[in-house]
Design a protein around this ligand. Structure first.
Ligand SMILES: *Cc1c(COP(=O)(O)O)cnc(C)c1O
Length: 408
């Protein structure tokens, strides 16, 4: 059976060119970058070159880029490192309710240490309102952390405006850009970003490597103590093959950024339009305008998300549900609840995230399969029976009546 992978927000395959660039560093070029003989120096040069490539991609200086073990470590380091180094100035942080758990759980850890955190709400499209940030800033606010683009619903935040408001109040601005890095154009200076997290495995490079951009002059406490790697700020022997692969993937992404973005965006819109026309009782989650080019997220009424995932998986389609059920918990996703979805339809959500290899044929096969799946599941749903008899109301019809535009 053909496999159709539509879960690129979760991870991506390593590109052939990336693997090829990495291979020498698993083989003959295995040196430790801290060693002074040529084998070590060649590894050190490879890391330096990778740092420069990655810095260039976001308009940063190479000295402002630090390698980490992934997006999660970069988020932990940005928040804990900044909070610990700047606690004398204040102990208040601001983030949003729809952050990745790498940020949310880090904030909770800081709260246990005595820091205070404000979680900004988002509007029905999953966007932070700049006026809410303005109102939440306090004299003791030291850091604002708002993700560039959401991993579940793809909403892209007004980063430049949020960073400007943050700076007017003298605080620093971090963004978890894991979903945007290599997919959307990013210039840390034009946007006013002080700290930025990125991860290699979301851009066709291996898992286990990421980076934190730290603007010159921003003080961070270390997360890892040990050797003098990363100029004494992050100990442990560098993941040389991973770093080389990360840079290769970023270089390739930069070279094809606009055409690939536009190609995926056309496919995305094709998928969204097909669902809105062909599948009844469906609601697009997130903003349509301010949205990642590869993200499609819908809620469907009168079905359970797990049933949908299982039937799609049986047809070779890899997608994820909007609820956290797959990760062993029955709670609906915090992101879907934050955009105002009631539990009933947050449970019936589906995320399709497209990638470089996705074709229109793949998208059409997935939507056709989804249509069949939903008909099957609804045929077995007692709630759908009740709805047809007029005994229960449609939650999605209520959204439509309230003026939410993207429903069927
Ligand atoms: C995947 C992801 C992370 C975590 O990155 P890892 O490299 O897997 O640790 C953090 N934030 C966002 C928005 C993500 O999508």
């Amino acid at each position: 059976m053909k496999q159709i992978y539509l879960d690129h927000a979760s991870t991506t395959p390593v590109r052939a060119e990336v693997l090829e660039a990495m291979l020498p560093y698993f083989g003959g070029e295995f040196g430790n970058p801290s060693s002074i003989y040529p084998l070590g120096q060649r590894a050190s040069d490879a890391v330096a070159e990778a740092r420069e490539t990655l810095a260039n991609l976001i308009g940063a200086q190479p000295r402002e880029v630090f390698f980490t073990s992934g997006g999660t470590e970069a988020d932990n380091w940005a928040l804990k490192g900044f909070a610990h180094a700047n606690a004398a100035k204040g102990k208040h942080l601001i983030t949003s309710a729809i952050e990745h758990h790498a940020v949310l759980h880090t904030c909770e850890a800081l709260e246990h240490e005595g820091f205070e955190v404000t979680y900004l709400p988002v509007d029905e499209h999953g966007l932070v309102r700049p006026s809410d940030l303005k109102a939440a800033l306090r004299p003791d606010t030291i850091l604002v952390s708002i993700m560039f683009a959401n991993n579940e619903i793809g909403s892209i935040q007004p980063i430049e405006e949020l960073a400007a408001i943050t700076h007017e109040h003298g605080a620093a601005f971090h963004t978890d850009a894991v979903q945007a890095f290599g997919h959307e154009p990013i210039d840390v200076n034009a946007l006013g970003i002080d700290l930025l997290s990125a991860s290699a495995h979301k851009i066709y490079a291996p898992k286990g490597v990421g980076l934190l951009y730290v603007r010159k002059g921003v003080k961070l406490a270390n997360l890892l103590d040990g050797g003098q790697q990363e100029r004494g700020k992050r100990a442990t022997t560098e993941n040389v093959p991973g770093i080389v692969g990360f840079a290769k993937a970023a270089e390739l992404a930069a070279a094809e950024l606009t055409p690939e973005h536009d190609r995926q965006l056309a496919l995305r819109d094709h998928a969204i339009k097909r669902v809105l026309v062909e599948i009844p009782h469906a609601k697009l989650n997130g903003s349509w305008e301010n949205r990642l080019a590869n993200n499609v997220n819908f809620s469907f009424e009168f079905i359970e998300g797990e049933g949908m995932l299982l039937q799609l998986a049986a047809r070779g389609i890899c997608v994820s549900s909007g609820s956290a059920c797959t990760s062993g918990s029955l709670d609906p996703s915090h992101v879907l609840l934050a955009i105002g979805l009631p539990h009933e339809i947050a449970h019936g959500s589906l995320r399709l995230t497209l990638g470089r290899d996705t074709t229109q044929e793949d998208v059409d096969f997935a939507i056709d399969s989804l249509k069949t799946t939903l008909v099957n599941l609804r045929m077995m749903s007692p709630l759908y029976e009740d709805f047809k008899r007029g005994e229960v109301d449609s939650v999605i019809e209520r959204f439509a009546a309230d003026g939410f535009p993207y429903t069927n």
